[in-house]
Design a protein around this ligand. Structure first.
Ligand SMILES: N[C@@H](CCC(=O)N[C@@H](CS)C(=O)NCC(=O)O)C(=O)O
Length: 234
């Protein structure tokens, strides 16, 4: 695994990484390829938080990275010598640690905050596993039920979309949580018989819109660098 990962971000993501080379109080240990990682990168960019970008291949388990995060996972964030990990914990941490940095990824009142958390949880626990199962379904007969399951999860999600973003006009943590998997649906389109239209016209509209968000575009590497990561599943 370690060797199939290109050593650094490319394309728009490389330009973003290079704009954040200088030392800052917050160090973002990032794996350019990782969808969980992209959630944190999108949040940092959305909020304009000063950060130092450090590329890490987490599969190499280098000691200098294990010293920061003994779990050896990206994304990891270090502030004042203290590290945190887990993408959704990190997104909430950035919200709490930089309350003056706008926009908030929890726009609105306490109810809306709860609503955002519920649907982030749905993305994490109900949608992402269906994406993984469809990706891992090599045999044709396993693909159809896996595809149906993923499409059903996306329809359940879509029924709650106000448009153009999940909550309406304001981008939120729900959009951040799902955007990396929308950006990575080309492998499903090319190899698993999935289309955005097959979910619904509303889903396609939402998905097309979310991946055009500046913070998502700025954290995206070149397509051909993602492709080898999926090769072992195809
Ligand atoms: N639940 C974690 C998942 C993070 C994760 O799985 N990161 C992968 C890369 S996409 C990783 O660092 N893997 C290294 C390993 O498993 O050793 C999160 O949300 O941050």
């Amino acid at each position: 695994m370690a060797t199939t990962i290109f050593p650094h971000a490319t394309g728009a993501a490389l330009a973003t990484a290079e704009a954040h080379k200088d030392p800052q109080d917050l160090i973002f240990y990032s794996g350019w390829f990782c969808p969980y990682n992209q959630r944190v990168w999108v949040t940092l960019e959305e909020k304009g938080i000063p950060y130092q970008y450090q590329e890490v291949n987490p599969y190499k388990k280098e000691q200098r990275f294990l010293d920061v995060n003994p779990k050896g996972l990206v994304p990891t964030v270090e502030v004042d010598g203290k590290a945190l990990y887990e993408s959704l914990v990190l997104c909430e941490f950035l919200e709490d640690a930089y309350p003056d940095r706008k926009p908030s990824m929890f726009p609105g009142d306490a109810y809306t905050k709860g609503h955002v958390r519920l649907w982030v949880d749905f993305v994490q626990k109900s949608f992402v596993p269906t994406y993984v199962r469809l990706l891992q379904a090599k045999e044709q007969d396993k693909q159809e039920p896996a595809r149906k399951e993923m499409i059903e999860a996306l329809r359940t999600f879509t029924a709650e979309i106000k448009g153009p973003y999940f909550l309406g006009e304001e981008f939120s943590l729900v959009d951040v949580a799902i955007a990396p998997w929308i950006q990575r649906d080309d492998v499903m389109i090319e190899h698993r018989g999935y289309t955005r239209e097959a979910v619904s016209a509303e889903w396609k509209r939402y998905a097309d819109h979310v991946v055009q968000r500046e913070s998502v575009v700025k954290t995206k590497s070149d397509k051909e660098k993602y492709d080898p990561l999926y090769a072992r599943f195809l």
